[in-house]
Design a protein. Structure first.
Length: 315
């Protein structure tokens, strides 16, 4: 993507600060739509490439550059969501959305160019209930159209008339899509906010795992709990979900015995208490949790190194 600051540009582009200022919003939108920071970056990069490819006269004729960028980014994401379904059918094992650290726990360098913008797009993703892992997993079950209509309207509060303009459907159709998405959310019982005491429960889970206390682990897990791991075929991990508190506890003890050098750290994962496993100072697993009734119901363990690039040695 070329910018006016690069050689060969003699005059500033119209509304440059406004254009650049939209990047945080676009990254937030694209990550929620795609569940992947890498794909979100690509979508936003493509959006800006299309803007800068336009003649100056066309740029100046656009009344609201921010609205134009949002429309293009959303349509790019829609295309990516369609192709992602095909790619994920070929994915080795389960596919889990890319986990995000809290900004205060990983920033390791100054902003690019010394300005206010952070060096990594992860710092531009606002961590709230719409990016917790349980929520993102439910979004993966939606059709691309449902996901886009729901995120634009329910999360970013776009009126259905604007959603319709962006996605090229009628307002009534977008309303139906968002309604269908809401039903999926309710059916999955995805928690909107962290439950009271979640951090303490995750800490007890960590301590029980470190102590190889299988009885304590079973007690902390819901009897019908599920654990899903994502290695992407790049690292060894269980390829199918592990179900039941006893089976999960046994599997965790097996992992602890196979990797005695693991260090477990309590960290924020997508805005909620989670765990990070490091080996020799390198992050090898990031785990997110969902709780119901004071017990852990779901564990999502991301081990694919391509999804752990924002988790530095200092996490």
């Amino acid at each position: 993507m070329s910018t006016p600051s690069e050689p060969g540009h003699d005059r500033p582009e119209p509304g440059l600060s406004a254009i650049v200022g939209e990047r945080r919003h676009l990254i937030n939108l694209a990550y929620r739509l795609l569940g992947s920071l890498a794909e979100a970056e690509d979508a936003v990069q493509e959006t800006y490439a299309r803007w800068y490819a336009m003649p100056r006269q066309r740029q100046e004729a656009i009344e609201s550059p921010g609205a134009w960028l949002t429309t293009v980014a959303t349509r790019v994401c829609l295309d990516l969501l369609g192709s992602a379904r095909v790619r994920r059918e070929r994915y080795v094992g389960a596919w889990i959305p890319e986990p995000l650290p809290d900004r205060t726990e990983w920033i390791s360098g100054p902003a690019v160019g010394g300005g206010a913008e952070p060096a990594d797009p992860a710092d531009r993703v606002t961590l709230d209930e719409s990016v917790n892992m349980a929520f993102l997993v439910v979004l993966e079950s939606m059709t691309p159209a449902e996901r886009v209509a729901f995120i634009l309207h329910d999360v970013f509060r776009y009126p259905f008339a604007e959603v319709a303009d962006i996605v090229g459907r009628t307002p009534a159709a977008c309303r139906q899509l968002a309604s269908s998405a809401r039903r999926r959310i309710r059916a999955a019982h995805a928690p909107a906010v962290p439950t009271a005491g979640q951090a303490g429960l995750v800490r007890h889970f960590k301590e029980a795992w470190e102590a190889r206390d299988i009885e304590a682990l079973v007690d902390l897990l819901d009897p019908d709990a599920t654990m899903i791991a994502d290695g992407g075929g790049l690292v060894g991990t269980v390829l199918r979900p592990v179900g039941g508190s006893e089976r999960i506890a046994q599997y965790l003890i097996h992992i602890a015995d196979k990797a005695p050098g693991l260090t477990l750290l309590e960290r924020t994962v997508n805005g909620q208490p989670g765990l990070v496993a490091q080996h020799a100072g390198v992050t090898v697993t990031v785990a997110a949790f969902s709780l119901t009734g004071g017990r852990i119901t779901h564990i999502w363990a991301v081990r694919n190194p391509e999804k752990l690039r924002t988790w530095t040695e200092n996490v």
